[in-house]
Design a protein around this ligand. Structure first.
Ligand SMILES: *Cc1c(COP(=O)(O)O)cnc(C)c1O
Length: 371
């Protein structure tokens, strides 16, 4: 073959590094020939699937040979009611990653740029670069987003700004009034996407959803997901709330059946499972206490987090530690790709999972010290 087929790809696509997810439990067990591994690597819900969601999925299988409702009528109706918006303000996605990408697809070309923060969720970079647009990365402030600097970075080419609130993997957050100040400064031609994937976990008086600013600032877009506090990560459902005109644009570029019937049914059902949501949030709060008091005892620095994960600073060889944790059947996440080569991100699990991680970590660090 004389042609380098990769050289035929779009320039942005040639520069992309494929997204590396957390290692699946099954893969680690297969590789090591072990059982009982635990995964605290992808910010999944440790409670497992809601029983109400499970029953709804089973019931939806009756129509499994048919295409799903491409407009997601029941889910949109339910969300519209819950959020006090109209259904034409909603766009459903195959996970909220899908809606984030659709925003880039609908609004970015090679003549544009899009702004996000250092250490922000890595999907923004991928979505922007795939469009051949320029990614403008604004330095973080104390690991968090510097919204003043982000507003100052806007120029004539800027079409999008991504704000993760809370951010993954840092767990940092911004107050609602800080978002409002940003909206006052940013021109209406810049669409500001506030990614609220961990919204349900946050319990801070100054934190508020950007949704409350949407009528005032039509260039705001809020994204949410069912993957985290609602425990539907495998089913892939997320959504955007926006001005109807923005929703119209992104609905044009999405695949007509981007959410499958099981996912639609599960999402509708889990919205009624108040008990599941409150147990998720309670368990997360307890797990945060458990993990952070363990880190304090080991004198490890961590970044205070309002999400369902914590990034902890590791002294010494982090790759060796990550590998040793894997050997002990504990999967966490090194976050070098986020520009944080000295941190590990651990998702908050069940109490015994958190304890097992802490115990193994302590042993490994003692061993590291001794050598
Ligand atoms: C997990 C996560 C998402 C959502 O992913 P889904 O595609 O909805 O599963 C979005 N944004 C951030 C910051 C996340 O951490």
């Amino acid at each position: 073959m004389t042609v380098d087929l990769k050289s035929l790809a779009l320039p942005g696509v040639q520069r992309l590094q494929p997204y590396q997810g957390g290692k699946p439990v099954e893969e680690l067990e297969r590789e090591l020939g072990i059982h009982g591994a635990i995964k605290l690597a992808s910010n999944e819900n440790p409670l497992g699937l809601s029983l109400m969601a499970r029953a709804a999925i089973e019931a939806s299988l009756v129509d499994g040979a048919r295409y799903p409702d491409g407009n997601g009528f029941y889910l949109k109706q339910k969300l519209a009611e819950k959020l006090s918006v109209s259904t034409d303000q909603l766009t459903l996605g195959n996970g909220s990653n899908d809606v984030l990408e659709l925003m880039a697809r609908g609004f970015l070309g090679s003549e544009h740029n899009a702004i996000f923060s250092e250490h922000a969720f890595v999907i923004y970079q991928l979505a922007i670069t795939a469009q051949n647009a320029e990614a403008v990365v604004v330095p973080a402030l104390n690991w968090g987003h510097d919204l003043n600097a982000m507003a100052a970075a806007v120029d004539d080419k800027t079409r999008l700004m991504f704000i993760a609130n809370p951010n993954n993997p840092t767990g940092t957050w911004v107050a609602l009034d800080v978002i409002e100040s940003l909206m006052k400064r940013v021109p209406e031609t810049v669409l500001v996407v506030v990614d609220e994937a961990y919204f349900e976990y946050v319990d801070m008086p100054e934190y508020g959803s950007a949704l409350s600013l949407l009528t005032q600032y039509p260039n705001l877009v809020i994204t949410r997901t069912f993957s985290k506090a609602y425990g539907l990560a495998s089913l892939r459902v997320g959504y955007a709330i926006s001005h109807p005109d923005v929703a119209d644009v992104i609905n044009r570029v999405r695949q007509p059946f981007n959410i499958n019937s099981m996912a639609l049914a599960a999402a509708v059902a889990v919205l009624d499972d108040q008990d599941y949501l409150s147990r998720s949030v309670d368990l997360n709060r307890q797990g945060y206490e458990q993990l952070t008091s363990g880190f304090n005892q080991m004198k490890l620095d961590f970044i205070p987090s309002v999400g369902n994960f914590i990034s902890v600073h590791i002294p010494g060889d982090i790759q060796a530690l990550y590998q040793a944790l894997l050997q002990s059947g504990v999967i966490v996440r090194p976050i070098g790709v986020y520009g944080m080569p000295n941190h590990l991100r651990v998702s908050i699990g069940l109490p015994d999972e958190n304890q097992r991680f802490l115990d193994v970590l302590e042993q490994l660090l003692l061993k590291q010290e001794a050598t």
